[in-house]
Design a binder for this molecule. Structure first.
Ligand code: PMP
Ligand code: GLN
Length: 405
């Protein structure tokens, strides 16, 4: 029986097949391994913490009071209004909740629907590299051509890793074939936040080449220094930008899969044309709860970030004292750590051995490169600090014992 189809071909094009079969994502594989071995899971980015009480209580109440059938495909009016109010309150961006906001099944569906709606075979899509793994698979499924701009690393005077983007390389990636530029700031896996200068370069190039900007901002509230700067706020950007976010990270509900898009009506209409055939609608009782969460006072968001920042510092200082060279991210869930100083040049091989040898799961940075072509980042790992303190402390103790042995 022939079981391959367009998704298999897309996975093949994105380098995601093993022996002709779609292999589970790096997150599925590593979380299963962590569960089987009882290892400390610093792999997949999901928090051990619970959502704010107001959010959890609203979801339970919604189920009990009967919000259990299909909601409107575009999202409930309450959630769309809350998303529009959130964009206005935090960023001064104004969107019409009826025609310029679309609720999705996580940022994942928003990204899929956007790319499938807007990319024709042969169109070029620019992303940073490393990149969140779904991007390559979706670009391939649409028949697009994936072009990347590297996030390069250097060493700070203090010995830490510093990761950033060269605006010249970004400029050079654009051509008359560019259809989309897919921005991810704050960035997974590196935690890099693109500054105003780099974002302005992207807007200028997008305008010059009549390209659409897609921005994945799921880590928008998890920032530890400068605040998040949405690209849609830059002059000339809002008209051509599809902004995507999700409740998963902001409200510690990654299992709920409620995301959203804000964009001008003609873009929302085009994307809805795809989205309605993917899932049609998303989690009815969860939408009001997310609306309640987005309406929380700013301090409630800052407390979540401040708590994560402490865990970031716990993990970075622990890794440094074990002998890793670390990056201290400005945002997000992840630390990039270089194992070369411990005599480990191949992080992919190391991450295969670490669960058994040390009882710790991490993800090699190569998982976020096309076909694992990782260059200078060959000895780099991604470790999640969105875990609870005992998990991080136990992972550090285990790594220390492993490094000494
Ligand atoms: N984009 C990025 C950069 C991510 O890290 C993730 C995973 N959390 C997603 C999109 C997917 O988000 P969701 O779980 O809302 O589908
Ligand atoms: N965004 C999460 C991460 O990068 C995982 C999402 C997923 O499992 N698809 O770890």
């Amino acid at each position: 029986m022939e079981t391959s189809g367009p998704w298999t071909r897309a996975s093949a094009a994105a380098g995601l097949l093993v022996d002709g079969v779609a292999r589970p994502t790096v997150f599925a594989r590593t979380s299963a391994l962590a569960a089987r071995l009882g290892a400390a899971n610093l792999g997949q980015g999901f928090p051990d913490t619970q959502p704010p009480a107001v959010v959890a209580d609203a979801a339970v109440a919604a189920i009990r009071s009967g919000h259990n059938q299909y909601p409107p495909g575009a999202g409930t009016p309450e959630l769309r209004e809350s998303i529009a109010a959130h964009q206005a309150r935090w960023y001064g961006l104004h969107w019409d909740p009826d025609s310029e906001v679309l609720v999705s099944t996580g940022a994942t569906e928003a990204l899929a629907a956007t790319i499938l709606a807007l990319v024709e075979p042969g169109d070029e899509v620019i992303t940073l590299e490393p990149f969140y793994d779904q991007y390559a698979a979706m670009i391939a499924l649409a028949g697009g051509v994936h072009r990347t701009v590297p996030i390069a690393s250097r060493q700070s005077p203090g010995g830490d890793l510093v990761l950033d983007v060269d605006p010249e390389q970004l400029r050079a990636a654009f051509s008359e074939r560019t259809r989309l530029v897919l921005v991810n700031s704050p960035h997974n896996p590196t935690g890099v936040m693109l500054g105003a200068g780099v974002l302005q370069t992207i807007v200028e190039q997008a305008v010059a080449h009549d390209a659409i900007i897609v921005t994945d901002e799921v880590y928008e509230h998890l920032t530890y220094g400068p605040a998040h700067l949405p690209i849609a706020t830059l002059p000339g950007a809002q008209e051509r930008t599809v902004s995507i976010s999700s409740a998963g990270k902001t409200l510690s509900v990654t299992g709920w899969k409620i995301g959203w898009i804000t964009a001008r009506e003609e873009l929302i209409t085009a994307i809805t044309g795809t989205k309605q055939w993917l899932t049609y609608a998303s989690g009815a009782p969860l939408q009001g709860a997310v609306a309640a969460g987005l309406g929380m006072e700013p301090d409630a968001f800052r407390e979540i970030a401040a708590d994560l920042r402490e865990r970031r510092d716990l993990l970075t200082s622990g890794l440094r004292s074990i002998g890793f060279r670390v990056s201290v991210p400005d945002a997000g869930y992840f630390v990039v750590a270089d194992a070369a100083g411990l005599g480990e040049d191949d992080a992919a091989a190391l991450c295969e051995r670490l669960p058994e040898e040390a009882g710790v799961v991490a993800i090699p940075l190569s998982a976020f490169y096309r076909n694992g072509e990782v260059g200078e980042a060959r000895s780099y790992l991604r470790l999640a600090f969105c875990k609870d303190r005992p998990t991080i402390e136990s992972a550090l103790e285990r790594l220390e014992t492993w490094a000494r042995g």
